[in-house]
Design a protein around this ligand. Structure first.
Ligand SMILES: Nc1nc2c(c(=O)[nH]1)N[C@H]1C(S)=C(S)[C@@H](COP(=O)(O)O)O[C@H]1N2
Ligand SMILES: [Mo]
Length: 164
C-alpha cells in the first residue's frame, strides 16, 4: 500500500509577508503548474539530482506582499537559518522536493532543499553557497533581514562542515 500519509503531510510552510500562507505536502508541490516544475535539476546543476519547483511558482501561489524584502529560510531540524534579499534571487532559486518519484533523502538535504543557481562561494557575499539551506520546513517572507545564523568566519564554517 502506498504511504499516502507521507505524501500529504505538510513539509513546507510559506508565511510572513504573504497574502495566502501555505502549508505544502509533497503532493501539493507536485501539483504546482508545469511551467514552474523542473523534472530533473541535473539539467541546471550537473552535480545534483531531483525534482524541483522554481521559487517563483511558490511565491506566486502565496502572493507576496510588497513589504517583503527578504526570504528567510528555516531548517528547524538542525536550527539553521539564512535570510537573503528576495529581489536578487527571485528568478534563480528553486526548491528540490523529490527524487525518482519518492522523498528527497536527508543526504541530499531532503525532504525539501533550497538551492540558488550561480551562488557565490561560502561567506563571500550575502547570497552564498551556505544559503542553500537543507531540510527547510519554512520559508518566511520578511520586511527586512530575518533570522540568519550562517557561519561568519572560516573557523565556524569549518566546524559546521565537520559536523555534517
Ligand atoms: N540545514 C542546513 N542547511 C545547510 C547547512 C547546514 O548546516 N544546515 N550548511 C550550509 C553550508 S555552509 C553549505 S556550504 C551547503 C553545502 O551543501 P552540500 O552539502 O549539499 O554541498 O549547505 C548549506 N545548507
Ligand atoms: Mo558553506
Amino acid at each position: 500500500m502506498p504511504d499516502t500519509n507521507r505524501i500529504v503531510t505538510p513539509l513546507l510552510t510559506i508565511d510572513g509577508e504573504v497574502q495566502t500562507p501555505l502549508a505544502l505536502s509533497q503532493a501539493d508541490l507536485q501539483a504546482i503548474s508545469q511551467p514552474h516544475q523542473i523534472t530533473d535539476v541535473a539539467a541546471l546543476i550537473p552535480s545534483r539530482r531531483g525534482q524541483a519547483v522554481w521559487l517563483e511558482g511558490l511565491l506566486a501561489q502565496a502572493s507576496v506582499k510588497p513589504a517583503a524584502t527578504h526570504l528567510t529560510l528555516h531548517a528547524s531540524k538542525d536550527d539553521f537559518h539564512a535570510s537573503i534579499p528576495l529581489a536578487a534571487i527571485a528568478n534563480r532559486a528553486l526548491v528540490i522536493y523529490a527524487l525518482d518519484g519518492g522523498p528527497l533523502p536527508a543526504s541530499a538535504g531532503g525532504p525539501v532543499r533550497f538551492f540558488i543557481l550561480d551562488h557565490a562561494a561560502c561567506h563571500s557575499a550575502e547570497i552564498d553557497e551556505c544559503a542553500n539551506v537543507k531540510f527547510i520546513d519554512r520559508i518566511e517572507l520578511t520586511a527586512g533581514k530575518g533570522q540568519d545564523n550562517r557561519p561568519q568566519d572560516e573557523t565556524s564554517h569549518a566546524a559546521l562542515h565537520a559536523k555534517a
